[in-house]
Structure formats: C-alpha cells, structure tokens
Design a protein around this ligand. Structure first.
Ligand code: SF4
Length: 329
C-alpha cells in the first residue's frame, strides 16, 4: 500500500448539482489528490449561512453535490466526506481562534469588502469571521496541505498567521500551520464565452444534465464574434468552443477544428454538435454511475454520517489538546 504524503482538507459550499466549471476547477483535483493524500472533503453549510440565498434547499443541494462528487470518483471508503455543521467542534474552535485574530485585519480583507459591496443589506458578523471559521475548518482536522488557487492564496496565508498567533499566545505547537498546495484552477468560461461559468449567471452546463439538455446548451454557446456568415473564416484561438474541444475531444477532432475553422471548412453549428457529442461521450460513465448511486435512497445520508463520525474523532482529539493548551478549566 502506498504511504500517503499527509492530510489534505478542502471545503466547498453546498451549491447543488455541479457544472463543468466545478468539475475542472475542483472535483477533478479532489479525485486526483486521493492517490497521494488522506483527504477530508467538507460541505461547508455554516459558511453558506452568511449569504441569504445559499440557505435555501441546503439539504437538497448537499445531496446533489455529494452525488456528483461520488460519481466523479471521490471514494468515501478512503476519503472523509462530511458536512461542516455535523461536527460542532468547529464552532468552538472558531470562537477560540477569534480571540487571537485582529478585527482590523478581518475587515481589511478584500473578500470582506467585496461581500459588503455585494450584499450591503446583509453585512452580518459571520461575514467578518468567515476567514476564522475557515481556519478552524482546516486546523481542526490537522490538515497538512490545502489545495488553493492563486486567488485563494491570501486566505490560506491568513489562516497560517492565525495558527502562529494561537501557538505563540498559548505557547504550544498543538495547531499545524497548513501548507499551500498551489493548484492551477483553470478559468472555465460559461456558454456566454465571457464570464466564468456559474449558476448565478445561468451560463453553466451541469454534469448530470441529459445528453439532449447538454447539446442544447452547447448549441447556445457564443463563438468567434467576427464569424458572422458560414463562409467567414473563424479564429479558434479566441473561441470558447475550441477551448472546450481541447479538454473533452479526441486529438483528431481538435486538429481538424483547428484547421477547418480557419478556412471556413466547418460551420459553428457543426463544430458545436461535434463538441456536444464528445462531451456527452466523456460524461456518459459519470452519468450512469450517478443514476445508480441516486437510486440508493439513503446512500448519501449514510456516507455523510460515516464521514462525520470519522471527522469528529479527529476533531474531538484536537479540541481536547486545544482546551488543554488554552487552559480552559
Ligand atoms: S468553427 Fe468551432 S472553433 Fe471555429 S468559431 Fe465556430 S465554434 Fe468556434
């Protein structure tokens, strides 16, 4: 058996059915990391409470997201998959860590300012404490490594500062400073070809959509805007359809589109139909597995229950050490 390199922690908000952007940006990496690390993947439902719209259908969204993870290859036999609020120790650690976190730093974070701008009617305390709860998530499970994209790197650096501050203040080494695992997170554009793929913009393609729904979404994709007539040569280098071909199509199709688009040898409808066919082909095993898993009604609940039992064991041990370090009576 391979010796693992350490423990990875990652959290994701319960956003329901996952789309291609989620797959390429996170889920694929979740699956790959399992080879080398003991993985702890958490559905961060408490974080979701900071934004009003996320609180609708939390259970349903959790269920759908877990089904997608499992169908994509997250293996709950090895990996701990659980829901943040099922391990209440995280809120206790959050409170303790908040005592060593300067308020000024929290309110200065660009992400906090951005949230204030986005939801001025709901600037709640949870938004300010978000990075502290995130730190508690990571260190509660003694994670060695956290996979982060470049835009998340400052958050992890801040988490490391909180850990150092805690260890220094209580003269302990109980909490582990998590290391950053720089992860290239590709920016997957939506079918509008402009914005990052996301549900809120309705520019996404769900992994679990039917083949017909997928084809319809692909046919709606925006292509090279300079290509107006079928006889106009196109530029695949600026076309999102070609970008996606490069991820999901066989090399022969990629090469063909690369040549034929430039000399108007292939039309955009034909090109998108080919991409839809290849994408559906790639997603076929995922969809079959997902349907099979979804037919087992209590499966996700059982996996999450088992995951929270395993996570809680680690959490309780950490909290015992933390309480001793803080000398709580
Ligand atoms: S032929 Fe394909 S790559 Fe070229 S512009 Fe049309 S959709 Fe894009």
């Amino acid at each position: 058996m391979n010796k693992k390199k350490g423990r990875v922690f990652s959290g994701a908000r319960p956003t329901g059915r996952q789309h291609l952007g989620n797959y390429l940006g996170a889920i694929k990496n979740y699956v790959d990391l399992q080879k080398d690390y003991d993985c702890v993947y958490c559905i961060v439902d408490l974080h979701a409470l900071t934004t009003v719209e996320d609180t609708l259908n939390l259970k349903q969204n959790t269920n759908e997201m877990v089904l997608d993870w499992l169908a994509a290859g997250v293996n709950p036999e090895e990996t701990i998959v659980f829901v943040q609020s099922h391990v209440p120790e995280v809120t206790e650690l959050h409170t303790i860590l908040s005592m060593v976190t300067p308020l000024g730093k929290l309110t200065d974070l660009p992400t906090f300012k951005e949230k204030v701008r986005m939801q001025p009617e709901n600037v709640n305390y949870g938004l300010v404490g978000y990075p502290v709860l995130m730190t508690a998530d990571i260190v509660l499970y003694k994670a060695d490594v956290v996979p982060v994209g470049i835009d998340q790197a400052p958050h992890l650096e801040f988490a490391r500062e909180i850990v150092r501050s805690f260890n220094h203040r209580f003269n302990t080494k109980v909490l582990i400073e998590p290391q950053m695992k720089n992860t290239v997170i590709p920016k997957v554009l939506g079918i509008d070809g402009k914005e990052k793929m996301g549900k809120s913009l309705n520019n996404h393609i769900e992994l679990a959509a039917t083949a017909e729904e997928t084809k319809a979404r692909v046919l709606d994709m925006v292509t090279d805007p300079a290509r107006i007539k079928r006889t106009d040569p196109g530029n695949p280098d600026i076309c999102n359809v070609f970008t996606m071909h490069k991820i999901f199509s066989p090399q022969a199709d990629i090469d063909m589109v690369n040549v034929e688009c430039r000399r108007a040898g292939i039309g955009c409808v034909e090109c998108k139909t080919l991409y839809a066919k290849n994408l559906n082909q790639e997603l076929k095993p995922f969809r079959e597995k997902r349907s099979e898993l979804a037919s087992k009604k209590s499966l996700v609940d059982e996996i999450l229950q088992d995951g929270s039992n395993r996570a809680r064991k680690i959490a309780q041990k950490t909290m015992q050490e933390v309480r001793e370090a803080v000398q709580l009576p």
